[in-house]
Design a protein around this ligand. Structure first.
Ligand SMILES: *[C@@H]1O[C@H](CO)[C@@H](O)[C@H](O)[C@H]1NC(C)=O
Ligand SMILES: *[C@@H]1O[C@H](CO)[C@@H](O)[C@H](O)[C@H]1NC(C)=O
Ligand SMILES: *[C@@H]1O[C@H](CO)[C@@H](O)[C@H](O)[C@H]1NC(C)=O
Length: 332
């Protein structure tokens, strides 16, 4: 949530008209080690807080100019805190809240009803990030049995690399404890699977693997890939890399090589992220024995079929004079 903080100038500040008056405004949520610092000449400020914790602010006046001999003079600090009055029972808060930022295009969040869910509860998801003038409600809910259990948010590129503050609350006959959380989209990204995976074998007998980055808004320089190779001769190989090609030497007897590739956001763009699905393909090199088999199999097959046909014809000729129906004799 965003919190508006306002203050009044110190008394007699007009007396210092030869000096500039500034304020050093600092804020944090209880439990944070560091204060965030802002210098301003205004008398109010709007900042984002994690409303599940207590918001703490402190403020001092800074005076500098002819009246102070050009030395900066600081007042004492004044402090204030703010906490949302707790609402509803803790067990009524939604559970298993998860979000994934798909292809850097849309954010999908899901949750499950709290353990103590009031009858007929209607959940709502609200969000705010620095730059929005007011809190916005989700406009595309995911529903199950008529109950909101998720939300899809589009057009969040302005919220990337910032704190995205989210609240899931509920209206019902009994109060529902809201869930507050702060997300960082780039750490929740999941790209689509890599595309156009192509396998070939070079003249030197090496396996050449190449693919394209997935479509969508994911910046290409932000991706890394995991490549896994398995061969029927028992070879296995894993590589984690940022390039979209890979050359590997094949085990001698192997004639089938299977490769799968998946991608995720790399350390240059995020602290963490989700792996995409796998894209996979196999490549087979016909062996010499295979070529012989290709000729042998049809020959053996046609020989066996002819043999069966000849035997059947032979049986029919023997039994027909006895006047038995043809089908029965074949069945026997
Ligand atoms: C996306 O957001 C920007 C502001 O962040 C807004 O100007 C634009 O209209 C939005 N587009 C859609 C399709 O909602
Ligand atoms: C849920 O939160 C939004 C945004 O803060 C607020 O406008 C709305 O009234 C809340 N709903 C309930 C039932 O508390
Ligand atoms: C393949 O066989 C050649 C000689 O027959 C040998 O030099 C080479 O090390 C073998 N390579 C592998 C990967 O087993």
């Amino acid at each position: 949530g965003s919190l508006d903080v306002e203050w009044k100038p110190p008394a007699h500040v007009q007396a210092f008209n030869e000096c500039t008056v500034k304020y050093q405004f600092e804020y944090r949520s209880t439990g944070d080690r560091d204060w965030k610092v802002i210098f301003t000449r205004k008398l109010k400020f709007r900042v984002g807080f994690d409303l599940s914790r207590t918001a703490e602010v402190r403020l001092q006046t800074l005076l500098k100019g002819r009246c102070t001999g050009d030395v900066e003079v600081q007042s004492d600090w004044i402090y204030a805190t703010f906490q949302i009055p707790s609402q509803g029972k803790l067990e009524s808060e939604v559970q298993n809240f998860h979000c994934i930022y798909h292809d850097w295009e849309y954010l999908k969040c899901t949750w499950q009803p709290g353990l103590l869910t009031p009858r007929g509860v209607h959940y709502g998801l609200y969000y705010w990030y620095e730059g929005l003038d007011h809190t916005v409600q989700c406009d595309h809910y995911i529903q199950e049995h008529g109950m909101n259990v998720g939300c899809v948010l589009q057009n969040l590129s302005q919220a990337e690399y910032r704190d995205l503050n989210i609240c899931v609350n509920g209206s019902a006959a009994a109060a529902v404890r809201p869930l507050y959380t702060t997300l960082r989209l780039h750490n929740l990204a999941k790209p689509s699977a890599p595309e156009q995976l192509a396998l070939s074998v070079s003249a030197a007998g090496e396996l050449l693997v190449a693919w394209s980055p997935p479509g969508g808004r994911v910046p290409r320089h932000c991706l890394e890939y995991e490549v896994q190779v398995a061969e029927d001769a028992g070879g296995a190989f894993v590589s984690t890399q940022m390039e979209t090609t890979l050359t590997i030497s094949r085990a001698n007897q192997s004639h089938i090589s299977c490769v799968r590739v998946r991608g995720r956001t790399n350390v240059f763009c995020a602290d963490q992220g989700f792996w995409s699905e796998w894209t996979q393909d196999c490549f087979s090199v016909p062996r010499k024995e295979d070529k012989q088999l290709f000729i042998l199999i049809p020959v053996i097959l046609s020989l066996s079929i002819s043999l069966v046909v000849f035997m059947l014809i032979g049986q029919c000729k023997k039994r027909s004079p006895a006047g038995k129906p043809l089908q029965t004799s074949v069945g026997l």
